[in-house]
Design a protein around this ligand. Structure first.
Ligand SMILES: [Zn+2]
Length: 460
């Protein structure tokens, strides 16, 4: 049983209260909050957390291996599609050992940045030759081991990926080279492998398995429903990339006569337990369809700007009934505070007005709603019954000094996170991981071993 005394804390209903005592109970890593009492002096036995304490952040959309490309793809021009070639070159080099070391460093970066739960959108399933490893979930288990090593909560969003894509005229493109690593052949075989994985990791309290459809490009329409039914029957989250690039829309219309959103709706994919990722290029009917289904929409503004994707209609989606959640996706940046304010700041650029998203809803997106989209509905709030996930932010740094704590999301960065607690276990203090130490050298070594000269995308 550990008690934390917070100089100030972010309580439900976006209420910032001073001098908050948080009582917890349970074994380290699995402790839950048992009491939240504002306005009390610090008891001598309580751990002191200065600044502002928020609930843990949820990074709803991650591809850990994309971290290799940070700061290495900007010398030339190109498009999303030429960047993807560089990303595939990294994907082709990974094996279970290098994947585990890289993911461990990336998850450690997340932890010191205040991220206590991550959704890893995982499609790098098989060997370099496309054949399954002796354990067909060897790559997924590397991610699980990496998460356990760092203490972060993991939802392994195991992704169905079956074909190379759609050409502009709508014809299906077969799997190319590295994409053979991604494919199980069909959705039935994908589901059998993921059932095995779920059984393999069922002993890990901090790990859950979810499902994903890579995109309507990578999964044919007749197999979308198989994945959706698998997720529905097991009551786990279902994620899907949606309309990140305009060419996905034109190719899908050419192939099927409808938008990607309409195709997903027709297959029964859209539901409150579904998260669509990006949702950048939508028409009015798409927005209404997603809102009526009550899906979560994972916006990833730092990736979307890095890849020249465009600005998604976040405000209209939320007004239509969707929930906003956030992801760092390609890890051009790992800073969920930046992702959160990025949604509102992009909205300002796109609409010419301020205030579509107030600080309160942005924090809800980055905490409670994010965890809900990852299948952890109790997490992401400072209230009895929630996991004891705490993120303490310095309010006296050069960035945050003078800021109104209720507007911290518009001032602080990940560098202002000074203490991170997951399930009552302190995992980060002053930028260091409490088990793994300095995270920079871990990242440098992992990236050094996987980076290559081919990472620079060429001109389109
Ligand atoms: Zn993605």
């Amino acid at each position: 049983m550990t008690r934390y005394w917070c100089a100030s804390a972010w309580l439900p209903e976006a209420r910032v209260a001073p001098s908050v005592l948080i009582d917890t109970d349970g074994s380290p890593g699995q402790a839950v909050i048992t009491g939240v009492t504002p306005g009390v002096p610090r008891p001598p036995d309580a751990v002191r957390l200065d600044g502002l304490v928020l609930p843990g952040f949820a990074d709803v959309h991650s591809h850990a291996f994309h971290r290799v490309l940070r700061g290495r793809t900007h010398a030339g021009g190109g498009t999303f599609w030429t960047w993807r070639e560089a990303m595939y070159a990294v994907a082709a080099r990974l094996d279970p050992d290098s994947y585990r070391l890289l993911a461990r460093a990336v998850f450690a970066e997340m932890v010191v940045s205040g991220i206590t739960g991550v959704g890893e959108f995982h499609y790098l399933h098989h060997g370099r030759d496309g054949h399954p490893y002796p354990d067909p979930n060897a790559m997924g288990r590397s991610l699980v081991e990496a998460a356990v090593d760092t203490g972060i909560r993991l939802t392994l969003v195991d992704t169905c990926y079956l074909r190379g894509g759609l050409a502009a005229d709508g014809t299906a493109v077969p799997l190319a080279d590295v994409q053979h690593r991604f494919s199980d052949g069909d959705a039935q075989r994908w589901s059998r492998r993921v059932d095995q994985l779920a059984a393999q990791v069922s002993g890990q309290a901090s790990v859950r398995v979810g499902a994903a459809i890579h995109s309507v490009r990578a999964v044919p329409p007749e197999q979308l429903a198989t994945v959706a039914a698998w997720a529905r029957e097991r009551q786990v989250p279902l994620h899907v990339h949606l309309s990140e690039q305009p060419t996905e829309n034109t190719a899908t219309r050419a192939a099927y006569g409808v938008s990607p959103t309409a195709l997903l709706a027709r297959a029964g994919v859209l539901a409150p337990s579904t998260t669509v990722v990006h949702a950048t290029h939508l028409d009015e009917l798409d927005v209404a369809t997603l809102g009526a289904a009550g899906v979560s929409v994972a916006m990833c503004p730092t990736t979307e700007r890095d890849l020249a994707d465009g600005i998604g209609p976040a405000g209209r989606l939320v007004r239509a009934g969707a929930r906003l959640v956030l992801g760092s996706d390609s890890h051009a940046v790992i800073d969920l505070l930046e992702e959160a304010r990025g949604v509102e700041l992009d909205e300002r650029l796109a609409t010419g007005s301020r205030g579509s998203f107030a600080p309160g809803p942005l924090v809800t997106a980055l905490t409670a709603d994010g965890h809900r989209a990852l299948g952890w509905p109790d997490a992401g709030r400072l209230a009895p019954g929630a996991p004891a996930d705490l993120v303490a932010i310095r309010m006296d740094s050069v960035r945050t000094a003078g800021a109104d704590p209720s507007q911290v999301v518009f001032a602080a960065t990940a560098a202002d996170v000074h203490t991170v607690v997951v399930g009552g276990r302190e995992l980060a203090r002053d930028g260091r991981h409490r088990v793994l130490g300095e995270v920079g050298p871990l990242l440098a070594q992992a990236v050094h071993e996987l980076a290559g000269p081919a990472d620079q995308p060429g001109a389109p």
